[in-house]
Structures are given as structure tokens and as C-alpha cells.
Design a protein around this ligand. Structure first.
Ligand code: NAD
Length: 255
């Protein structure tokens, strides 16, 4: 029970890594408020967890909207009594080089992957400062550290998120707030599989083939990323601050 009575906000809670995180934190005693776009998906997850004896709450909305980001933190303060841990997990992956990237793709990537994190952190940090304690874990990507091909909006947004993480980690360490990021390589979620489907490739076979390129023998399952995020949010990582932690199964990023 590493997170007994901790008040935790998780974005992208209905997604592949997100729903694993919501369950993990709830199982370990946290009071979880999660966020995602679709109210139906949030209700389904909440109901599924409730059937397992895990009570969670959610606030559905669009992270591209600044008022929603600020309301999410205000909601945590009102309903949970504060916020101890913020997990910025939501993300989107517009695909294409610069010539294929529309204004909407560019602004959406920056809005969801970067600006929402800025608004959420700016609202949450004063709450954590009062408590003199807090942890924020952002989900960047190996492609935020070593940009891959033909994903200009995604890589740029994740690189900026990695920089934001280091800035906040440095600026707020003296407040007792630790800010870190996890940088996964390939993870077996809808986000990854959508890339294969888009190219007309069977995602099951593609995930198996991709696993053969990873020294540890498989691409990451959501649990293998969620466990690292939980570690970074936990007391066990009390001396880890301002870091971008690469989680790759020893696979070098595409060159
Ligand atoms: N899957 C991978 O290979 C991989 C690799 C590196 C990093 N990541 C990162 O991991 C995180 C989780 O991704 P995932 O793989 O679980 O993908 P996913 O698509 O399953 O989950 C992302 C979630 O974010 C939510 N979201 C997107 N836009 C939103 C918006 N405007 N408002 C509210 N919610 C919104 C989605 O609805 C979804 O539930 C993302 O930040 C992603 O960039 C994933």
C-alpha cells in the first residue's frame, strides 16, 4: 500500500497505460481522480474497477481546453481535499513529416502533450507547495529524447515535455516537489497499434515481430511502464528529481 490515502490525479485514464495506472494506484490505497475525453469510457472504467472493489472518481473533458485543465485540479482539491500526485499520462500521436502536418495536427499535439501539462502543473504546484510535498510524473517518450522519423509534431511536443520536466524538477525541488518523466520506447497499446493499422499491417503480427527487435524479447506491456511511473511517484524515488527515465528493454531508438 505505497499510496495509502494519497490524492492522485491521472490523465488519459481510459487509455492503454492509463487504465493500468488508475487500477494500480487504486489498489495501492490512493484516492484516484482520473480524466479522459469520453464520459462513457470513464464510466466503463469506473464501473469495472468498482466491481473489483476499487472506488475511483473521474472528470471527463478535453485537455486541449485550458479551463478544463484548471477545473480538473480544482475538482481534486474540492473532492479529494488536495493533490499529492499528478500523473500526466494523456497523449496523442499525430503522424507525419512537416509537409504532412496540418495546423490542427501541430496545435493538437502541443495542446495535449505539452500545454495541458503546463496548465495542470501550474494549478497543482501551489497545492503541493502548501503541503511541502508532492510528486509529478510526466509521460514523454524516447522520441522526445531522440526524435524518430516522420512524427514532427509528436517528437517536438515530447521533447518540450522532457525539457519542462527538467525545469520544474529543478525549480520546485526546494518545495519538496519531485517532477520526473518516463520515456518509453514502444508500448503495446492502441496508440502503437493504430500506426500499423494505418499502414494496413496486422497489428498482432507486427507487435510480435517488433518484440524480436527488443533485447529483452518483447515490446513493453502497459504494466511495465505503469510500474516505473508508480516507482517515480513513490517514496522509493525520494531522491529522483528532474529526471527523464528511458524505459526501452535495452532497444536503441531507431537511427
Ligand atoms: N504506446 C507507445 O508506444 C508509447 C510510447 C512512448 C510514449 N507513449 C506515451 O504514453 C502515454 C499513454 O499512451 P498510450 O500508449 O496508453 O495511448 P492511448 O491512446 O491508449 O492513451 C492515451 C489516452 O489519452 C487520452 N487523450 C488524448 N487526447 C486527449 C484530450 N484532448 N483530452 C483528454 N484525454 C485525451 C486518450 O483518450 C487516451 O485514453 C502518452 O502520453 C503517449 O504519448 C506511448
Amino acid at each position: 500500500m505505497r499510496f495509502e490515502d494519497k490524492r492522485v490525479v491521472i490523465t488519459g485514464g481510459s487509455g492503454g497505460i492509463g487504465h493500468t495506472l488508475v487500477e494500480l494506484f487504486a489498489r495501492e490505497g490512493a484516492k484516484v481522480l482520473f480524466s479522459d475525453r469520453s464520459i462513457e469510457d470513464c464510466e466503463d472504467l469506473s464501473e469495472t474497477l468498482s466491481q473489483k472493489g476499487l472506488e475511483t472518481s473521474f472528470l471527463a473533458g478535453d485537455l486541449r481546453q485550458k479551463p478544463y485543465c484548471e477545473t480538473l485540479i480544482a475538482h481534486a482539491v474540492e473532492k479529494l481535499g488536495g493533490i499529492d500526485i499528478l500523473i500526466n499520462n494523456a497523449g496523442i500521436i499525430p503522424r507525419g513529416n512537416i509537409l504532412e502536418t496540418t495546423d490542427d495536427m501541430w496545435f493538437s499535439a502541443l495542446d495535449v502533450n505539452l500545454n495541458a501539462v503546463f496548465f495542470l502543473c501550474r494549478a497543482a504546484i501551489p497545492q503541493m507547495q502548501v503541503a511541502g510535498d508532492g510528486a509529478i510524473v510526466n509521460t514523454s517518450s524516447t522520441w522526445g529524447i531522440y526524435p524518430g522519423p516522420d512524427h514532427v509534431a509528436y517528437c517536438t511536443s515530447k521533447a518540450a515535455l522532457a525539457a519542462l520536466t527538467k525545469c520544474l524538477g529543478r525549480d520546485h525541488a526546494q518545495d519538496g516537489i519531485r517532477v520526473n518523466a518516463v520515456c518509453p520506447n514502444e508500448v503495446n497499446t492502441a496508440m502503437l497499434r493504430s500506426g500499423f493499422i494505418r499502414r494496413g499491417i496486422d497489428p498482432v503480427t507486427a507487435v510480435e515481430d517488433l518484440g524480436k527487435t527488443v533485447p529483452l524479447g518483447h515490446i513493453a506491456e502497459p504494466e511495465e511502464i505503469a510500474d516505473v511511473i508508480a516507482f517515480l511517484a513513490s517514496h522509493d524515488a525520494r531522491y529522483v528529481c528532474g529526471e527523464t527515465v528511458e524505459v526501452t528493454g535495452a532497444k536503441p531508438v531507431y537511427g
